[in-house]
Design a protein around this ligand. Sequence first.
Ligand code: RFL
Ligand code: PHB
Length: 390
Amino acid sequence: MRVQVGIIGAGPSGLLLSQLLHLQGIETIVLERRTGDYVLGRIRAGVLEQGMVDLLHEAKAGERMAKEGLIHDGFEIIFNGKRHRIDLKGLTGGDVVTVYGQTEVTKDLMDARAAMGGQIVYEAENVQILDLESDAPKLTYQKDGTSHEVTCDYIVGCDGYHGVSRKTMPQDILREFERVYPFGWLGILSETKPVSDELIYVNDKRGFALCSMRSETRSRYYIQCAFDEDLEEWTDDRFWDELRARLPEETASQLETGPSIEKSIAPLRSFVAEPMRHGRLMLAGDAAHIVPPTGAKGLNLAASDIYYAANALLEYFKEGSEDGLNNYSHNCLRRIWKGERFSWWMTTLLHRFPDESPFDRRIQAAELEYLKESQATQKALAENYVGLPF
Ligand code: RFL
Ligand code: PHB
């Protein structure tokens, strides 16, 4: 079999790229090692920048998001037990974010792919990339005990942090940059009314907390936990008690609790692999970079990679120009490093570090005070949170 673009991974990156290319008449195949239901069962991001929203509309997968997504023109930060609002819209001159779950984005993309007859192979085992330095790289995989081979013009690795594509890059040209944080996030999803209309990020002496949502009746909450925390030890009641303890009294008293419908722990890490292209293999999304979730940037950075990848591939197939492909890594990384910086900054601003010194605490407190008092600092936060231009 032969296709123009072979894509590994049916997460948001892979599905979005496949959809954008297909709409321009470029053939793709997506190989995913899990089932579709498994992919949809992962509860992850919730905040979409306008650039990502626009891209989903361009991919003809934005209709339900436009109806059900919640427009947020601000969020709150709590420190020293007091609530402070960041007026995203006012500070940026009109920009907002959309709260719409990654699960829903993925489902809409899967439906859009199915409606166009897009080729997605689920449960593709042992995907391998061959001949990536040649003009005709290949993808091989097994499905139901049969081996398959797909010859491609280009291969895009959208297979997440644990995927095969980054590992296939020649190790002598790949540079990796990493910071692992000494804590994780314990997250819960519940069929309860959100405690507030806007997201609340909390810096508390017991640790960070985040009050988020998926709809007007479904909440998503996170608390900072130890990086090696045992999920089994966290009953719903224990979670709600700990969350309440990190909120000021007036907010805690309004918290509606109920049984969790999902509960999981995520480690926090910053990671970038450079370059993002070698030969005929390109990396996109979590395959190339990870941010701690505090800045809500992971999915949005994946979307900007896909924007650059789709345009570069279009230019190549329609005009025979390799300029976009040659600049792909550079263009992506310029935006990624700014997202990395912002996510690192939000993480250090809001978490309690187990090894922090009294000096570190005072610096963090001063930074929060300065944010409260300075419009310029709030503006810098707001313009990053709503998303830097592509
Ligand atoms: P994904 O979603 O990991 O998808 C990769 C897909 O590749 C498949 N795969 C393979 N397929 C074939 N062969 C192989 N060898 C394969 N290896 C892997 C996997 O099964 C999977 O289906 O990567 P993608 O598409 O690049 O998307 C990235 C986003 O998922 C990620 O950046 C965000 O979820 C990060 N993130 C957030 N981002 C935001 O922009 N806003 C947020 O509010 C936000 N909140 C979050 C987050 C991530 C979190 N966790 C759990 C890490 C909150 C959390 C808690
Ligand atoms: C979420 O709703 O899952 C969410 C929101 C904001 C973040 C991270 C996660 O910064």
